[in-house]
Ligand binder design. Structure first.
Ligand SMILES: Cc1cc2nc3c(=O)[nH]c(=O)nc-3n(C[C@H](O)[C@H](O)[C@H](O)COP(=O)(O)O)c2cc1C
Length: 355
């Protein structure tokens, strides 16, 4: 693994290892994949403004996010079907996140149960990503499983009333196999369980509205973060409807092709929300300097998606942990070279729009 020096090296190695179907599913964006590419390239449109001679002998990457003290402002994004990347799937990702010192966000569509993920790293904080289903009982049962298994927050994904059209999947013809199963959903479905895995997404409610956010926030004891916010307007509504945090996200370019890179809408969301709730961002983070830019634009932390999957595919829990460590080490160096001894010292003045 010594020749894997950065996230892109892991991406290339994973592409060599994974069969075309799962690789296409993990890598895909919607439509022309313009937003997918933008998420990454938009970070290059911001330049750093280092401040010098500030004694950076001791630099920490530690950051508190929604009350959790993390090794770095880098959280694992929710991603479905991880056992198609590695046989240990989400359980390995949970171990990696815990060993690194951060939160793993588990997907509703995980191929391990909430209890299995909890058992993999009992002491570590973990969040649960929720889809709202047409059947209220199904949604409630999934939330109950997450609460029971000790998850510390619900991350409600709001950008998927319909699923994006990903042409890579159509080309490879890969349909999500029946095995491994999706335990949280299958247990919630109970007697409706005969539905096949490919039909699962049709059970998600396209009539989801702000009422669901409000209800979830008031009925659940856990803080609710709203994931998929793109605009200042919806950020304000999220706060008004009880969100404890916001994730600026376009689902890694997998839903609506043509929306702006998430880092480009981060400033308007941060400005609209002020310090009422913490704002996180995901999409396109591939380098520690990207994390630095996100922090400078007001993100409390970032979520990282595909890079963790590439690490998982290459070397299970060790690979996923290594990817997180590479990003942390790059961030630590960027902080020091920008004259900051911790993420808390990063300000808007540390970045400028590239011309
Ligand atoms: C293979 C894959 C599966 C995903 N599954 C989910 C999911 O189940 N729920 C969700 O809210 N987001 C899901 N996402 C979106 C991620 O949480 C995150 O928003 C995105 O991957 C961030 O972009 P990045 O991959 O460029 O880091 C998925 C992303 C990928 C790549």
């Amino acid at each position: 693994m010594d020749d894997l020096l950065n996230v892109f090296d892991y991406e290339r190695r994973a592409a060599d290892l994974l069969p075309p179907g799962p690789l296409g599913y993990f890598a895909a964006g919607a439509g022309d994949e313009w937003t997918l590419r933008e998420n990454v390239s938009a970070y290059r449109r911001w330049t750093l403004r280092p401040r010098l001679l500030r004694d950076v002998e001791h630099v920490t990457t530690m950051r508190t996010v929604l009350g959790h003290e993390l090794a770095a402002p880098i959280i694992v994004a929710p991603m479905a079907y991880q056992r198609h990347a590695h046989p240990e799937g989400e359980v390995a990702t949970a171990r990696a996140a815990a060993a690194f010192g951060t939160i793993m966000t588990m997907s509703t569509m995980a191929t391990s149960s909430p209890a299995e993920v909890a058992a993999a790293a009992p002491e570590a904080p973990r969040w649960f990503q929720l889809y709202v289903f047409r059947d209220d009982g199904v949604t409630r049962s999934i939330v109950d499983q997450a609460v029971e298994a000790g998850f510390r927050a619900i991350v409600l994904t709001i950008d998927a009333p319909y699923f994006g059209r990903r042409e890579r999947d159509i080309r490879t013809g890969w349909l999500i196999p029946e095995e491994p199963a999706v335990p949280a959903l299958e247990s919630a479905l109970g007697s409706m369980r005969s539905t096949s895995v490919t039909e699962h997404f049709k059970l998600i409610s396209p009539s989801i509205s702000w009422r669901d956010v409000e209800r979830l926030a008031s009925e659940t004891r856990l803080p609710v973060l709203v994931k998929g916010i793109h605009t200042a307007e919806d950020a304000v509504l999220a706060v008004e409807h009880g969100a404890a945090g916001i994730v600026v996200s376009n689902h890694g370019g997998r839903q609506l092709d043509g929306v702006a890179a998430s880092v480009d809408v981060l400033p308007e969301v941060v400005e609209a929300v002020g310090d009422r709730v913490e704002v996180l961002v995901d999409g396109g983070i591939r380098r520690g300097v990207d994390v630095m830019v996100a922090l400078a634009l007001g993100a409390r932390a970032v979520l990282v998606g595909r890079p963790v999957l590439w690490g998982l595919a290459v070397d299970g829990a060790d690979g996923a942990q290594r990817v997180l460590e590479l990003l942390r080490d790059e961030l630590q160096l960027a902080l020091g070279l920008c004259g900051c001894t911790s993420p808390d010292e990063v300000t808007r003045a540390h970045v400028a729009r590239a011309v």
